[in-house]
Design a protein around this ligand. Structure first.
Ligand SMILES: [Zn+2]
Ligand SMILES: [Zn+2]
Length: 346
């Protein structure tokens, strides 16, 4: 098994070779077809998330041991299985990577992203920048039917993150608006998927002119730069019921909190970093809802794959590269040079 691994935080990934692991009990060995390159892989290889005001959360503190293999947007095929794995050799699917401990109350309720002892693939357990991966249970392989495995891969994180965030905004009407902040990979997925969850019209903001254009192409009814506050307010006439911050900076979240209507919902998704200062009386006076959304649940991935399979939404742009170019791919993403999703193939 050839894997590209974090050997030291902050350094490029290194190629390491191992014997193929042998699955036990309910485990399954997957031969990987494709793995998407996600922005959070950059944080994972850097080894920290910025919490603002000089504070950081480090992966070492969270129990990540080195070396480990990042990559969590994985599709592949079952090549061997433990004695108790309820799946067939040759079955194909998308891997649900947001796995919990499987023994706490959150995991019992199938809310694995709320588990306090997560076992995420590509963060705690070895991930998809490899030609093979072990998954702890066959239930985490979701069939994608006739979809192309390259096209399906980014729905494990980018697509699922956008879908779960959209679902955290209460039902909306067609005369209302939802604001998408940040039209990068996940934000564009949010725009593409919005009609599968909401009746509201989607508007977007981004600081980059090209991304403003991409947002409109993806289906936003209008897209603005953040300094067009007056134009946005006129366009939406006080009817922004929800805002999803796919960036996650002080500026973007403050913008979202200030622009939504009374009783509206701000969902923070992006992990760019920083801190938010809120005027406390305005939270009750405006009945403000502030939610965090981190990736999504297995049940949501199944719903999402059904939506993709029935062809009612436009799919995200993907571009394939060899797995061996993983470090270049991550640098391109870090430098903002990627439109759509880079998908690595072993
Ligand atoms: Zn991701
Ligand atoms: Zn758990």
């Amino acid at each position: 098994m050839k894997s590209y691994q974090v050997v030291e935080f902050g350094k490029p990934l290194e190629l390491r070779e191992y014997e193929n692991p042998i699955p036990k009990d309910e485990e399954v060995l997957i031969k990987i077809s494709a793995c998407g390159v996600c922005h959070s892989d950059i944080h994972l290889t850097d080894g920290f998330f910025d919490l603002g005001k000089g504070k950081r959360i480090t992966l070492a503190d969270r129990g990540t041991e080195l070396p480990f293999t990042p990559g969590h947007e994985i599709t592949g095929e079952v090549v061997s299985k433990g004695d108790n794995a309820a799946i067939n050799i040759g079955d194909k699917g998308i891997v649900f990577p947001w796995i919990g401990c499987q023994s706490c109350s959150a995991c019992d309720k199938e809310q694995e992203t709320l588990c306090e002892n997560p076992q995420y693939l590509g963060a705690r357990l070895n991930g998809g920048y490899s030609d093979h991966i072990i998954i702890p249970n066959s239930k985490y392989l979701v069939s994608y039917g006739g979809l192309d495995p390259v096209q399906a891969a980014p729905y494990a994180c980018s697509g699922l993150t956008a879908y779960s965030a959209l679902k955290k905004i209460p039902n909306s009407n067609s005369n209302e608006f939802i604001l998408v902040i940040g039209a990068g990979g996940v934000g564009i997925n949010g725009i593409l998927l919005a009609s599968s969850v909401h009746k509201a019209k989607i508007i977007a903001i981004d600081i980059d002119e090209n991304k403003i254009k991409e947002a409109k192409k993806a289906g936003a009814i209008a897209a603005f730069s953040p300094d067009q506050l007056k134009e946005i307010k006129e366009f939406c006439n006080g009817k922004i019921v929800g805002a999803i911050d796919f960036v996650g900076t002080q500026n973007t979240s403050t913008f979202a909190v200030n622009i939504i209507k009374k009783g509206g919902t701000v969902v923070v998704v992006g992990l760019y970093g920083g801190s938010l200062s809120l005027s406390l009386p305005l939270i009750p006076m405006r009945s403000l809802n502030l939610k965090g959304s981190y990736v999504g649940e297995l049940s949501e991935l199944k719903e999402l794959i059904d939506i993709i399979k029935n062809g009612s939404v436009k799919l995200i742009n993907v571009k394939t590269q060899k797995l061996s170019t993983v470090n270049e791919a991550m640098n391109d993403l870090r430098n903002g040079k990627v439109n759509g999703r880079i998908i690595l193939q072993p």
